[in-house]
Design a protein. Structure first.
Length: 244
């Protein structure tokens, strides 16, 4: 046997082994397409698919029932939706411009309490809102108006305060002086006047003895003059007598 023949024999053997393996795999892993089954037997593919179709039809019937119920509910929601939109729009407008006191949503254990009235289907229950002091809350425009008034009042008070500060600055400058403007303060003037008064007092104390001496000398001179006048009168009287 030639080499080529040996190669062909080996290839034939290998091909036979492969074909046997494929046949064994097909035998052991074949699909049972029969519709028979039941008991301990494994159901065929057709039977399994039929059962899946039956279960799908049952699920479809349940889904259609839920769809019909949901369609009725959805129709009710769609009819109520424009009313609810208007209700929310009115409530938002009331929060903005009033004129009534604002209301807040009622909660119970963290859940919104819905209104039980049929005409308010899907709407929350509202109650009057109050602040931390228990007073009713007003709408936003009301507080904005109050805030504007307070801002204006604060501005007026600030302007008045600035005027008072300016006046206080000017009065302080008058008291303490302003070297830049060449103004002498009242405090310095008081000190200068006190110093002047002290010097006047010292001058008066210095002149007081001189004044007393002057007064004494004046009195002495007056007395001396009176004495001289009296002597002159005596001499005149003596001269008149001698002439006679």
């Amino acid at each position: 046997m030639t080499l080529f023949g040996k190669i062909l024999v080996v290839l034939n053997l290998m091909l036979s082994i492969v074909m046997v393996s494929v046949a064994f795999a097909l035998y052991t892993h074949r699909l049972d397409w029969s519709s028979k089954g039941g008991g301990d037997k494994v159901q065929g593919v057709v039977t399994a698919l039929n059962n899946k179709i039956k279960n799908t039809w049952l699920d479809l019937a349940a889904a259609e029932a839920r769809w019909k119920t949901s369609s009725v509910t959805l129709a009710r929601f769609e009819q109520q939706r424009p009313k609810n939109v208007k209700w929310f729009s009115d409530e938002l407008k009331a929060l903005e411009v009033g004129p009534d006191d604002i209301r807040q949503v009622v909660f119970n254990n963290g859940q919104v309490v819905l209104d039980q009235q049929p005409q308010n289907f899907g709407l929350p229950t509202l109650e009057n809102a109050k602040d931390s002091l228990g007073q009713p809350l007003k709408f936003r425009t009301f507080y904005l108006t109050q805030l504007k008034g307070l801002d204006e009042a604060i501005k007026m008070q600030m302007d008045s305060l600035n005027k008072l500060i300016q006046e206080d600055t000017e009065l302080t400058a008058r008291l303490t002086g302003d070297p830049d403007k060449g103004l002498m303060g009242l405090y310095q003037r008081i000190v200068d006047e006190k110093d002047k008064q002290d010097r006047i007092d010292e001058e008066q104390k210095f002149l007081e003895p001189l004044l007393i001496n002057s007064l004494v000398e004046g009195e002495l001179l007056i007395k001396r003059r009176e004495s001289l006048d009296s002597r002159i009168k005596e001499l005149e009287a003596l001269g008149v007598a001698s002439n006679r």
